[in-house]
Ligand binder design. Structure first.
Ligand SMILES: *[C@@H]1O[C@H](CO)[C@@H](O)[C@H](O)[C@H]1NC(C)=O
Ligand SMILES: *[C@@H]1O[C@H](CO)[C@@H](O)[C@H](O)[C@H]1NC(C)=O
Ligand SMILES: *[C@@H]1O[C@H](CO)[C@@H](O)[C@H](O)[C@H]1NC(C)=O
Length: 248
């Protein structure tokens, strides 16, 4: 009888420990992800471009399209990092007059996404990419091709409309690389006739945007959940071992 009661209280006690342990692991694992944007200041794209100077048009575009927020979120949620080709103010002012203003919101978004690769690429690693390089604007080789040719540290880019060379590294850590380009990378998409679209037009951009926003975040969510489960499993295993040694 006493033995039974003791076992019961051990059980209650262990249950309490499991709950407490779970709570600790969960809250400590969640706090970095739930932290507000300021914690990402070192890799905040706007701050980086402001410090570098000469990117005011790009900064304005990043803000109006809200892609800057998307970049912050991607850097926080993805382990792949990001590569960004940053056209200078001169690059924008040498565009055909009125071209930028003629773009609608969706096209402006596409233009910025076309300047982004959803993984970190060091300057010396561009030769490992295969053409056409997939940008965050999507995968359509005939309209959204971005081809790269390299020779030593020289990286040439062609879109079918624009040829340019990476002219400098604005910023680089292990996660984010920002490279200066002296031309705006215009996709062929802006210059080709619109393809016949049998699907209702508004549905596509929405799904496209959602995919872009959700896509890169998914892997790290998984890995976060995996490590949480792992720690939880370790905690439970330790408790079971302790309990087993007590009841022996
Ligand atoms: C890059 O472009 C420059 C200028 O057009 C050219 O001289 C050079 O050969 C190109 N390099 C590569 C690796 O394509
Ligand atoms: C990009 O490279 C692919 C594969 O080499 C080629 O088929 C395509 O024509 C190229 N496109 C441009 C715009 O250079
Ligand atoms: C880009 O370079 C290719 C060859 O490297 C050339 O055929 C093409 O005309 C150039 N395009 C522009 C827009 O300068």
């Amino acid at each position: 009888m006493v033995m039974m009661e003791m076992k019961q209280s051990f059980f209650t006690y262990s249950l309490l420990l499991v709950v407490l342990f779970h709570f600790t692991v969960t809250t400590s694992a969640q706090s970095p992800a739930g932290a507000p944007a300021p914690s990402s200041v070192p890799t905040d794209i706007i701050t980086i471009l402001q410090k570098a100077r000469g990117f005011t048009t790009l900064i304005r575009l990043l803000k109006t399209t809200q892609v800057s927020n998307q970049i912050d979120a991607q850097l926080l949620n993805s382990n792949n990092g990001l590569t960004f080709f940053a056209p200078t103010d001169n690059a924008f002012s040498s565009l055909k007059p009125g071209l930028l203003n003629s773009l609608n919101d969706q096209q402006k978004n596409e233009l910025i996404q076309f300047h982004m690769l959803s993984s970190f690429t060091a300057l010396t690693n561009f030769d490992t990419l295969s053409n056409p390089v997939r940008t965050q604007a999507g995968e359509n080789p005939s309209r959204l091709a971005l081809n790269v040719t390299t020779s030593g540290n020289q990286v040439n880019i062609t879109t079918g409309v624009v040829n340019t060379t990476v002219s400098g590294t604005v910023y680089s850590d292990k996660q984010l690389a920002v490279y200066q380009v002296d031309k705006v990378l215009l996709p062929l998409d802006f210059f080709l006739a619109k393809p016949p679209a049998p699907a209702p037009a508004p549905a596509n951009p929405k799904a496209h945007k959602k995919k872009l926003a959700d896509g890169p975040a998914a892997p790290s969510d998984n890995s976060g959940a995996m490590s949480l489960t792992k720690w939880h499993a370790i905690g439970v295993a330790v408790l079971v071992a302790v309990l087993a040694s007590i009841s022996l």
